[in-house]
Ligand binder design. Structure first.
Ligand code: G3H
Ligand code: 13P
Ligand code: ZN
Length: 317
C-alpha cells in the first residue's frame, strides 16, 4: 500500500525512524520488499535522478507496482531523492510519487527558500509532501577547524525560519554525516547537540538524516579480501539511530550500505565460482542478503515490528 511520508512520520515521531532505501533494479526491489515485510516495517523507497535514468523511470515504476501486488502487506512511500526543481515537477505530475525532496541546499539561503517554496506549492496542490534540505552535507573532519566544520552544519535558527517560510513537511539537516563510504577519518561522529537545538526550535517537526550508512567493517573486509580496494571506508554508528529518533529524526537515508552488500555478494561469488557466467546465482544470493540487511537496519531504526500499528492508524482505529 502506497502512503505519504506524512502518515508514516505521524506514527514514528519521537519513537523510531523509518528506513529510506534507494533502489535501482529488480533485485534490490525484491530484496527490499521481502526484508521489510519479513521484519514487519513500514519503509520509504527512494528514487534518485540517477536511478530514474539508469534504465528508464517507467521501469522502476513498473517494478514497484508489481512488488506492491506481490507483497500486499507492505506499507511504503515513494520518494524522489535529491531532486532538482524540474525533476520534482516531473514526479509531482506523474501521479506515482508520494513525496519529493527538493535539494537546493547548494544555493544561498534566500534562493533555497524561493525554490523550495515553489516546489511546496506545486506538491501540496496535488497532495504530495516535500522534504527540503538546509546545510551542507560533506566530510566534517577532525583536522578542519571548528569554525569551518560548523559552517557546514545546519544552523538551528535558520532551520526554524526556513521551515516557516517554505512550508516544507520535513527537513534534511546536516549534522556531521556525508554521502558515500568514506564519511569520517577519525573519531568525528554525529552532532547531537545541533540536532537537539533544531528539535527545540521545531518541536514535533520531522527531521531527516542523509548519509546514514554505517559502512560495516566486516563487509569492507570481505570486499577487500575478494579483490576490492576500499581502504579507510567508515560510516555512522547504527547504534546511534535510536538517539537520533528521540531527537526528531523520523527518516534515515541508507544507500551505500546496500551497494556494499551487492559488491560483496558478487565479488565473493565470482571469486569462488570462476567457471560461472550466469547472472541468476549471484542475483538470488543478493536478494536474500539484501532482505537480511534491510531487516537488520529496521531493527536498529526501531521500525521493525511497527507495521500492524501503522496499518491500524491508517485504518483510523
Ligand atoms: O544521496 C544519494 C544517493 O545515495 C543516491 O545516489 O544519485 O548515485 O543514485 P545516486
Ligand atoms: P549513504 O551514502 O550514507 O548511504 O546516504 C544515502 C543518502 O543520503 C541518500 O539520499
Ligand atoms: Zn542523501
Amino acid at each position: 500500500m502506497i502512503v505519504t511520508t506524512k502518515e508514516l512520520f505521524r506514527h514514528a515521531y519521537g519513537k523510531y525512524a523509518i528506513g529510506a532505501y534507494n533502489i535501482n533494479n529488480l533485485e534490490q526491489t525484491m530484496g527490499l520488499f521481502r526484508g521489510n515485510v519479513e521484519s514487519k516495517a513500514p519503509f520509504i523507497i527512494q528514487i534518485s535522478k540517477g536511478a530514474r535514468s539508469y534504465t528508464h523511470k517507467a521501469m522502476l515504476e513498473a517494478l514497484i507496482r508489481a512488488a506492491d501486488s506481490i507483497f500486499p502487506d507492505a506499507i511504503f512511500a515513494i520518494h524522489l531523492d535529491h531532486g532538482d526543481e524540474a525533476t520534482c515537477y516531473d514526479c509531482i505530475n506523474s501521479g506515482f510519487y508520494s513525496s519529493v525532496m527538493i535539494d537546493a541546499s547548494a544555493e544561498p539561503f534566500e534562493k533555497n527558500i524561493e525554490i523550495t517554496r515553489r516546489v511546496v506549492e506545486a506538491a501540496h496542490a496535488k497532495g504530495l509532501v516535500v522534504e527540503a534540505e538546509l546545510g551542507k552535507l560533506g566530510g566534517v573532519e577532525e583536522h578542519v577547524s571548528v569554525k569551518e566544520s560548523d559552517a557546514k552544519l545546519t544552523d538551528p535558527d535558520q532551520a526554524k525560519e526556513f521551515v516557516e517560510r517554505t512550508g516544507c513537511d520535513s527537513l534534511a539537516c546536516a549534522i556531521g554525516t556525508s554521502h558515500g563510504a568514506f564519511k569520517f577519518t577519525g573519531k568525528q561522529g554525529l552532532h547531537f547537540d545541533v540536532l537537539a537545538e533544531i528539535q527545540k526550535r521545531l518541536p514535533g517537526f520531522p527531521l531527516v538524516m542523509h548519509g546514514s550508512s554505517s559502512v560495516p567493517q566486516d563487509e569492507v573486509a570481505r570486499i577487500n579480501a575478494a579483490g576490492g580496494q576500499l581502504k579507510g571506508a567508515k560510516g555512522v554508528d547504527e547504534n546511534e539511530f535510536a538517539r537520533a529518533a528521540k531527537l526528531g529524526v523520523t527518516k534515515v537515508n541508507i544507500d551505500t550500505d546496500g551497494r556494499l552488500v551487492w559488491c560483496r555478494v558478487h565479488r565473493e561469488h565470482f571469486r569462488d565460482n570462476p567457471e560461472n557466467f550466469d547472472l541468476r546465482p549471484p542475483g538470488k544470493i543478493f536478494m536474500q542478503e539484501y532482505a537480511k540487511f534491510i531487516a537488520h537496519k529496521n531493527a536498529k531504526l526501531g521500525s521493525a515490528g511497527q507495521l500492524d500499528a501503522v496499518r491500524a492508524l491508517l485504518a483510523g482505529k
